[in-house]
Design a protein. Structure first.
Length: 255
């Protein structure tokens, strides 16, 4: 995906409150984040919803995205939630990023499928991880599930388990957890969503930028656990490997 196309995503879509797909994906990532304070780097942080959750757990987070619109929104979100002391955001690109420190945890969710040279991307990500630190990645699963979402989102590929395992192990990352999730409920939800999208594409052109407050925010806080509870049923079927998304956790080891 070109930078201009990516910026347009953040100009046209209003994704806050976030939908069930990202809610569940974020929950899957948070499962592997230790409870004790850690320094966390989130590459491709988008609007920073996951980073807010990390800050709530007491972690210090640097979120990086090459969309100025996304980073602007993330900063507003941090201020609105009172976590500006634990959260920092900056515009940057994985290939030109020059950081003076390494991190206990590096997160890269739904990013490398957008990058033509994913091998180089994983190499760069690995360089930001402390020895014995964690790299947590999520990617879309299985080329057999290629659909209009992939085309519109600018994906170069989908991944099988063997693909992502090889990428991490080539960069001295020992696989600690690797699983496919999102079947049957999430896969059905996305199928229905795509059909709705085809019929009503104008719904994707809502204005960006409001932060929910008052009754809207309370309703969202009330509904989120219910949504998570319903879709958590999918975890019973992870063994089928028929889900839509793949989560991998790698630990950085000495060369």
């Amino acid at each position: 995906m070109q930078n201009a196309d990516y910026e347009n995503l953040y100009k046209s879509k209003n994704l806050y409150p976030i939908g069930p797909l990202n809610l569940i994906r974020n929950k899957n990532i948070l499962r592997f984040v230790p409870k004790t304070h850690k320094m966390v780097l989130d590459i491709g942080c988008g609007r920073g919803f996951l980073d807010i959750e990390l800050a709530k757990l007491g972690h210090s987070v640097l979120g990086i995205d090459f969309s100025e619109n996304a980073i602007s929104f993330a900063n507003k979100l941090a201020d609105e939630n009172g976590y500006e002391d634990r959260l920092s955001f900056m515009v940057g690109d994985i290939f030109t990023l020059n950081l003076s420190q390494k991190f206990d945890i590096v997160i890269c969710s739904e990013v490398i499928e957008h990058i033509k040279d994913d091998r180089l991307a994983i190499k760069k990500l690995s360089e930001f991880v402390n020895i014995n630190g964690l790299l947590i990645i999520t990617v879309p699963h299985s080329i057999r599930q290629w659909n209009i979402d992939d085309k519109l989102s600018g994906h170069f590929r989908r991944y099988y388990i063997k693909d992502i395992r090889k990428l991490l192990e080539e960069n001295h990352l020992k696989i600690e957890k690797l699983f496919v999730w999102g079947f049957p409920l999430m896969r059905l939800y996305r199928f229905i969503y795509r059909r709705t999208y085809k019929l009503n594409p104008e719904q994707e052109n809502l204005p960006l930028g409001y932060l929910p407050k008052g009754n809207l925010l309370r309703a969202y806080d009330f509904l989120s656990p219910i949504i998570l509870g319903i879709f958590s049923i999918d975890n019973l079927f992870n063994f089928t490997r028929l889900g839509i998304d793949l989560v991998v956790v790698g630990r950085k080891i000495n060369k």
